[in-house]
Design a binder for this molecule. Sequence first.
Ligand code: HEC
Ligand code: HEC
Ligand code: HEC
Ligand code: HEC
Ligand code: HEC
Ligand code: HEC
Ligand code: HEC
Ligand code: HEC
Ligand code: HEC
Ligand code: HEC
Length: 321
Amino acid sequence: MHTDRPVTRLPINAAPGKRSGLLVFLTLWLGAAILCATALAAPAPGAKSSDQSGKQAPNAQYVGSDTCASCHEEVSKNFATNPHTKMALMPGNHEGVTCENCHGAGSEHVAGGGDITKIFDPAKASSKDVDAKCLTCHAGAHPDFLRSPHAKANVSCVSCHSIHASKEETLLKAPQPTLCFQCHGDTRAAFNMPFHHQVPEGLIKCTDCHDVHGTFAENNLRTAADQSAICTKCHTDVRGPFVYEHTPVKAEGCTSCHSPHGSQNARLLNMPSINTLCNQCHSRVANGTVHGQGAGSDELEPCTTCHTYIHGSNINAAFLR
Ligand code: HEC
Ligand code: HEC
Ligand code: HEC
Ligand code: HEC
Ligand code: HEC
Ligand code: HEC
Ligand code: HEC
Ligand code: HEC
Ligand code: HEC
Ligand code: HEC
């Protein structure tokens, strides 16, 4: 359901030799902006640390994952099934240096018998340093993270992801929506209302509508492929364009009439009755006799009994059947 943009596809997934040299060159060239030295340069065993993760041990050298494994047996064993083992396929990278791609060159840590002041530990680093480290490889798929409300509130990659301890897909610390509700308690209340998008039931996910890694829209909202509101990705029948548009649908958007998470009212409407909703903008209609009914009768009959195609129509300017 959430395939509206490419997933992480780093050039490293290309099996060596399967792409033409030119394509590899272009891919690398395009990738240069997003992949820093950590990713591209070969941090081969013995090479000197020059990336920022090594700032706690600026003179350290790369020793390779086998060395790490000699003391961190458990972590290393579990890492064999981690999606990050794919880093070993990165151009110029070497199997065995993946630990240090995130933790920085480790020779001084090792020489110190496991000196924890000489190794980059994301769990103890500032959110800014963690994000910078992860984004050396992931900025391509998540270019808007640093301007997202999450990053600005110091919610970092490792607030939601755990590299070593996750048992969930995409290395999440907890599945959705549990993860989100840990911090967004207010939002949970909306999904407990009688009418709600079936997120707690698992039918759709928070991230069908939001990209927590940041977007150009407010509230981290995704947009549909044609840049219209994300809602029309699933509710294609109301997408239009229509010969006769109902102005607020396009101008103010779906949330001018619907509560996106949940509501006390059927159809997720943000007003207790349809007529109250319509009369916010069409105030004179309810009391008038413009509809050829007896005065007041249309206060009882929902406007949409007659104005059925309320999201727009190709046949009738008043959205009548
Ligand atoms: C000589 C044994 C040894 C080797 C080799 C070794 N470590 Fe460690 N490492 C330790 C010890 C001991 C600790 C402290 C453990 C503790 O306090 O629970 C530690 C702690 C760490 C920590 C946590 C730091 C913290 O802030 O608590 C990280 C991350 C780490 N090592 C990564 C690595 C990496 C990556 C390598 C390979 C480059 C590596 N280690 C190689 C012994 C080693
Ligand atoms: C993709 C980045 C990344 C890679 C690659 C990586 N780590 Fe880590 N490591 C982390 C993060 C983030 C943490 C903080 C805890 C967490 O998120 O799971 C951490 C924590 C640790 C710790 C301390 C906490 C613990 O779980 O004991 C050790 C030790 C460690 N890593 C060792 C290693 C070793 C050894 C390797 C290679 C086999 C490795 N790491 C590869 C990101 C990484
Ligand atoms: C040196 C490059 C590099 C660094 C640094 C790095 N990653 Fe990754 N990451 C990768 C690669 C390669 C993959 C596998 C991509 C794929 O499957 O296409 C990956 C996959 C992931 C995935 C997706 C896992 C899945 O199941 O699809 C997550 C989540 C992730 N990384 C988070 C992080 C976080 C958080 C950090 C920082 C602590 C980090 N990465 C640091 C290269 C990196
Ligand atoms: C607020 C929680 C949260 C934060 C913060 C967060 N992520 Fe994620 N991440 C998720 C969730 C949820 C998913 C799965 C749904 C999706 O794709 O949006 C995911 C998916 C991913 C994936 C795999 C799918 C993809 O779109 O590429 C990668 C890689 C990833 N995150 C990396 C990162 C990195 C790197 C950071 C920090 C720069 C980060 N995330 C920060 C929650 C978070
Ligand atoms: C570690 C706590 C934490 C987790 C986990 C978390 N968030 Fe957030 N989120 C925040 C904070 C803090 C902000 C910024 C302050 C605010 O707007 O509430 C924020 C902002 C947001 C916003 C933007 C709100 C706005 O006003 O623009 C959305 C949308 C959002 N989060 C959705 C999610 C979703 C979906 C998940 C689960 C995949 C999630 N968050 C997980 C803490 C978290
Ligand atoms: C059907 C699409 C959709 C789903 C699913 C969804 N949201 Fe939202 N969310 C929105 C829209 C649209 C807004 C903007 C609200 C507005 O404009 O009134 C929003 C706003 C927010 C905000 C900003 C504060 C607020 O309530 O207005 C947060 C935080 C948030 N969502 C979190 C979540 C979390 C957490 C989940 C999953 C439990 C989730 N959303 C699921 C569409 C969705
Ligand atoms: C990922 C697909 C998806 C997205 C995106 C989505 N919806 Fe939905 N929506 C559904 C599904 C599935 C249902 C019906 C099942 C249910 O009750 O949750 C539904 C139900 C509804 C209903 C109630 C319909 C009824 O007959 O009671 C309304 C109204 C609605 N959505 C409006 C919106 C709005 C507004 C947005 C954007 C903020 C949106 N939807 C985004 C999938 C989606
Ligand atoms: C001017 C108010 C208004 C706007 C704006 C609006 N809707 Fe509605 N919508 C309604 C009303 C009223 C109903 C209930 C119709 C009924 O009960 O007969 C409804 C019903 C729905 C339903 C239930 C199924 C159906 O078609 O009757 C969905 C789904 C829906 N709207 C989605 C959307 C989406 C997506 C958007 C934005 C593209 C949107 N709406 C914008 C007023 C609005
Ligand atoms: C947020 C404000 C808003 C809401 C709520 C709203 N409308 Fe409208 N509606 C408009 C605007 C603006 C126009 C365009 C008026 C114009 O062009 O003179 C319009 C046009 C119409 C038209 C066509 C009128 C014409 O002159 O061609 C009908 C019929 C209509 N609305 C019915 C409804 C009904 C029924 C509801 C409740 C389900 C409703 N509207 C809710 C703002 C709203
Ligand atoms: C019994 C059917 C019926 C009901 C109920 C009804 N309408 Fe109408 N409405 C009509 C007809 C028929 C027209 C005239 C269409 C035309 O002239 O082409 C109309 C026209 C309109 C127009 C066009 C502008 C105008 O004044 O001529 C608006 C706006 C409108 N209705 C809003 C509403 C609202 C708001 C409600 C609920 C409070 C409502 N209608 C209830 C049948 C109905």
